[in-house]
Design a binder for this molecule. Structure first.
Ligand code: NAP
Ligand code: MG
Length: 398
């Protein structure tokens, strides 16, 4: 039994991923590791029962211990309010709550296999997308006007000082938008990116449109340059670079690249580009995600949701072929990081072995349904359900 010293913050979740969560623990972790976790049930019913306090508590525990692993959770919407009539409120997305408490940036990277070629043939290594998760068009003020007129942007300082800039004189009805970001948020974003690049031994690219948006995007670039100074020595030490370029140039370079770097994007760019990258690499079920705070706290999860459609079939008695890989890699990410922080090489080595056993299973053609259709033509596959798949991984792990 592999020993642990500090607990991992365990955030349980909903639906199909909650089913897989237990299965992964029972078959792939508990037989090998004397697992220490501090358990938080972020399943929708329990969030509701605690008026969402459990989500806040789990984020604070992550600040305390430094490493968390999270199962996918339901973000309630109107339809869910009908499905769960006991809900007191349309609770906020747990991910948004945790992200804002940890002030973190989300890094998403695909798990790749030789037998599944990315759409872009030059890509040999995963590309990690870092998306700034605050502000810009996601927290903008919008206005629709129905006559000719003039718009001005006014800022009133706390000191009483006022600054303003004319926006436009419109000679017809028009539409307007004012967006913002804060120095604090951009600085945290920059620090999380530099930290994660050093952590994972990768180059960091950052792109904006500062030729057009000279002040706004220019400010992002300036802050990144400033923050880079405290990380420059570490980048030199590991022989990696921080590289800034225009978003159009970045897109062209990404498509011609071999992969193996982190691409930091502003909020909207990151939203769009992460969908592009994940679908070009294959399956959403193979995307990992980690939230990294500027002071080095880590929360690992799968990028996908609770796989609702599979869950309904599971409740009807079907053994679904849902892919547990991204959830397994969330666990291995957390175990490896815990091993590094607590100087427990055996724990980190176990994480590596579990990843290899998972990859070997797929390399030998044993896969869930989402992957069998994506493999190269001559590659022989055997489609299995999640239970059989996890048993196959356990067999190799043993
Ligand atoms: P989803 O759960 O990611 O599933 C969308 C579809 O993608 C599935 O129906 C399935 O396609 C495929 N898929 C995703 N993960 C898969 C896996 N592991 N194995 C096989 N197929 C997989 O997204 P959603 O249906 O939009 O959202 C469901 C719930 O998840 C929502 O309540 C949402 O709020 C929540 N959500 C949570 C998170 C999070 O906690 N981080 C993120 C996103 C969504 P097929 O049905 O065609 O097989
Ligand atoms: Mg999107």
């Amino acid at each position: 039994m592999i020993k642990m010293t500090t607990p991992i913050v365990e955030m349980d979740g909903d639906e199909m991923t909650r089913v897989l969560w237990q299965l992964i623990k029972d078959k792939l972790i508990l037989p090998f590791v004397d697992l220490k976790t501090e358990y938080y049930d972020l399943g929708l019913q329990h969030r509701n029962k605690t008026k969402d306090q459990v989500t806040i508590d789990s984020a604070h525990a992550t600040q305390k211990y430094g490493v968390a692993v999270k199962c996918a959770t339901i973000t309630p919407n109107k339809q869910r309010m009908e499905e769960y009539p006991e809900l007191m409120e349309m609770w906020k997305s747990p991910n948004a709550t945790i992200r804002s408490i940890l002030d973190g940036t989300v890094f998403r990277a695909p798990i790749t296999l030789d037998c599944i070629k990315p759409t872009v043939r030059t890509w040999e290594k995963p590309i990690t997308i870092a998306r700034h998760a605050y502000g810009d068009v996601y927290k903008a003020a919008e206005l629709l006007t129905d006559e000719p007129g003039e718009c001005t942007l006014v800022f009133k300082g706390k000191s009483g000082k006022e600054q303003q800039v004319p926006v436009h004189k419109a000679d017809s009805p028009a539409v307007w938008l004012a967006q913002h970001n804060t120095d604090n948020s951009i600085r945290s974003f920059a620090r999380s990116c530099f930290r994660y690049a050093i952590d994972t031994n990768q180059d960091l690219w950052f792109s904006t449109k500062d030729t057009i948006s000279k002040v706004y995007d220019g400010h992002f670039k300036t802050i990144f340059d400033e923050e880079f100074e405290s990380f420059r020595a570490d980048f030199d030490r590991i022989g990696k670079e921080y590289f800034y370029t225009l978003i159009d140039d970045a897109v062209a370079r990404v498509v011609r690249s071999k992969g193996g770097f982190i691409w930091a994007c502003k909020n909207y760019d990151g939203d769009v580009m992460s969908d592009m990258i994940s679908s070009a690499f294959g399956s959403l079920a193979m995307m990992t995600s980690v939230l990294v705070s500027p002071d080095g706290k880590y929360e690992y999860e799968a990028a996908h949701g609770t796989v609702t459609r599979h869950y309904y079939r599971y409740k009807e008695g079907e053994k679904t072929s849902t892919n547990p890989i991204a959830t397994i890699f969330a666990w291995t990410g957390a175990l490896r990081k815990r091993g590094e922080l607590d100087n427990l090489p055996e724990l980190s080595a176990f994480a590596e072995k579990l990843e290899n056993a998972s990859l070997d299973t797929m390399r030998q053609g044993i896969m869930t349904a989402d992957l069998t259709g994506l493999t190269e033509n001559d590659f022989k596959t055997k489609q299995v359900n999640s239970w059989e798949f996890i048993d196959e991984i356990a067999k190799r792990l043993k």
